[in-house]
Design a protein around this ligand. Sequence first.
Ligand SMILES: Cc1ncc(COP(=O)(O)O)c(C=O)c1O
Length: 500
Amino acid sequence: MSEMAEDEAVGETAKPPKAAEKGKEDRRSPGTAEEDFPLPDWVADWAREAPRIVVRAPGPKSKAIIKIDREYVSYAYDRCFTFTFEKASGASVMDADGNVLLDFTAGIGVENAGWTHPKVVKAIQDQASKLIHSMANDAYFDKEAFFAKLLHEISPGKALKGTFFGNSGAEAVEAAFKLSRYYTKRNEHVAFFGSYHGRIGAGLSLTSKLKLRYSYGPLLPGIVFTPYAYCYRCPFKQTYPECGLWCMDYLENQVLQMGGPTGQISSIVVEPIQGEGGYVVPPKDFLPKLKKICESQGALLIMDEVQTGFARTGRMFACEHFDVVPDILVMGKALGGGVPLGAIIAKNEIMKKWRPGSHSSTFGGTAITMAAGLAHVQAIIDEDLADRAEKLGAYAMKLLREMQQRREIIGDVRGKGLMIGVELVKNQYTKEPHEATTVQGKCWRGGLMTITSGIYGNVFRIAPPLCISKAQIEKSLQIFEQALKDEEEFLKIGTSSPPG
Ligand SMILES: Cc1ncc(COP(=O)(O)O)c(C=O)c1O
């Protein structure tokens, strides 16, 4: 990944903000407008002032709503934020009591172009006044056709053609799973430790974490799990590159040969960068090797880009970093820009195998979601957000690596583009995980909304809307570091030394 190169600096210095803009970007560092990556013009004024804490959350309005919610809404939701949403714009959110927070979550990888992007809002409003539901199973609709054409055009290497639309990431995984069985007429699959593919059916069966699988068995048979290239915590206690990708050797020569499947592998399902597993970036040769294993097995490679897709990692799709084109690509989250939408796109000969009626859904491909998704993806393209994510991500990564030198609680920093994981440890030598919840709470109090992931719940996801400004990244990371510092002081972390 290229760092935001210093030699990209051009001689011109930033013009002082116009009177009307005063206060909008008052934390700008010197440099050109391009280097500053200011917020787009459409971002609301209140959102430019983030963070602004007016009352300790949850404030009275939030409290009143939460009281009703706790009585009537299912307890299954695992809410980590005790506030109620009021509105959001750009890279900031406001709660019901008027607190404004900077956002490092993008609504969990959904709002890539920015919260409440005007083109998405307009597309929804215009479409809603004409037609909300378009009976995608039974009738044709212009935006569905246009959107599928656009997805073909932006697919890795323009090599995938034929989209099936559903309502969520998990439903898209289900569609990929069914298509792979339908095409190969086989029924075994490989998935990875640390994987997350959704909470229903095939997605849950392909998800590795015990907490999420607990008490739902028996899940779908025919799925074997194998270690991902989580090099910071290699289960084989190896070091890359000296290991020569031991995990791939283990898959090829142990799992697939001994006591695993019966040689009927339909597909291998993988996230190009693990999301819920802890923003784990595999080495460059991991996915190419996996592709070769698929070919040798006559199995399809299903790439789940629900969390990594649509410019998040500095490319339209993360698999482009690894020069691997999957047989089936799974999309969700940012595909809809906030409306419920998931989809798969596949090599055309694979997608063409499905006959009319092989798979369907009442709402998949319906008008309102097509209008919103098309507008969101078009905005990502028009605003070149992949480039912005790459450059701002490199800058954030640089700041975080410097922070790691100062903060012993940071065990690892890894990522691509604006998908960066910061793994917390109690001790950098022993790598004992430090669960992130209390730091998350401290960030929250400081005005930064963050979410965590990882098998030990100790990885911060730095995944803001891609329209975030450079100044907002700097401000957010200051809040983050203060929270880490407070936690270190509380836990007396900072005196670690090698064991023995
Ligand atoms: C990689 C991946 N696949 C699938 C899903 C499931 O998507 P959804 O929650 O829309 O069903 C997620 C959700 O976080 C995900 O990160």
